[in-house]
Design a protein around this ligand. Structure first.
Ligand SMILES: Nc1ncnc2c1ncn2[C@@H]1O[C@H](COP(=O)(O)OP(=O)(O)OP(=O)(O)O)[C@@H](O)[C@H]1O
Ligand SMILES: [Mg+2]
Length: 264
């Protein structure tokens, strides 16, 4: 069953030139089924973040259809949409607004009226998964960039959303935390949509990938097929995932051995 329906979606930011080129997204469409993990890739400024923000109702004024579980993404439905959809901002400072890490991660469960015991359980579980339990009482403004990213990810894990939208989740993470995040995402049920320039991360977490360029979805393919097409990637300002660049002759072996499973 399709959980996310996007049809003829067109969007431009107000205040930009009122001509054709002002459209960031121009008549795009795709459908996402239950439990699919989908990567969104493309050069800087192609509209990856814009697309994610539209899906969680942060940008009003789009044309076309945008439905989650059959519910149209519009002002009147936002509380329902946001209960289902967790969103990790590209910029963690836009995400975190409470005093301490614990308060921020506890915010959503508390907001949904859980008992304080349940709130504590969900919050500690999210902190444990992201391996930042020791930062629970730390003030947000005293965190490093990577710690902020992990806290931002914990705020969406604690709400138990069935759809996760993540904008550059691996940016600022060290290799150990990046690997842990891949593990978390692979174990997590539900839909995951991940925008990233970290194509190795996309390879390891997403079965399907959309490539954006010039306001359009120019490719919508299995990740393992799309990310080995050097020419296509380079034509859109991207490069082969790092692991393929170092082992060109081993590509098939890596794929054949189910690299996806072995990496974590
Ligand atoms: N608030 C805004 N007001 C006006 N224009 C914006 C705004 N936010 C983004 N844009 C423009 O919309 C286009 C798409 O931006 P977006 O942030 O969605 O790109 P992106 O694919 O996420 O890029 P990146 O890879 O750098 O994160 C860009 O041309 C950008 O300059
Ligand atoms: Mg972006």
């Amino acid at each position: 069953m399709d959980i996310i329906d996007v049809e003829h979606l067109t969007f431009g930011y107000a205040g930009r030139d009122k001509n054709q080129n002002s459209k960031v997204l121009d008549d795009i469409g795709f459908h996402i089924n239950e439990d699919e993990s989908v990567g969104i890739i493309g050069a800087n400024g192609v509209g990856k973040s814009t697309l994610l923000k539209l899906m969680v109702g942060l940008l009003p004024g789009y044309n076309g259809t945008l439905r989650i579980h059959g519910t149209e993404v519009k002002k009147e439905n936002l509380s329902e949409i946001r209960r289902r959809v967790g969103y990790v901002f590209q910029d963690s400072d836009s995400q975190l607004f409470m005093n301490t890490v614990y308060e921020d991660v506890a915010f959503a469960p508390r907001n949904y009226g859980m008992s304080e015991n349940e709130v504590r359980r969900c919050t500690m579980d999210a902190l444990r998964k992201t391996q930042i339990e020791d930062l629970a009482d730390r003030h947000i403004y005293r965190l490093s960039g990577g710690q902020k990213k992990l806290a931002a990810i914990a705020t969406v894990l604690s709400m138990g959303a069935e759809i996760l939208l993540m904008d550059e989740p691996s940016a600022a993470l060290d290799p150990r935390n990046r690997k842990q995040l891949i593990k978390i995402l692979k174990e997590l049920p539900g839909i995951k949509i991940i925008a990233s320039h970290d194509l190795d991360f996309i390879y390891d977490t997403c079965e399907r990938t959309l490539l954006l360029a010039d306001g359009k979805i120019v490719r919508d393919e299995r990740t393992r097929e799309l990310l080995k097409q050097k020419d296509v990637l380079e034509a859109h300002g991207l490069e082969l995932p790092l692991s393929f660049r170092f082992y060109p002759g081993m590509q098939e072996t890596i794929f054949g051995a189910g690299r996806n499973d072995n990496l974590v």
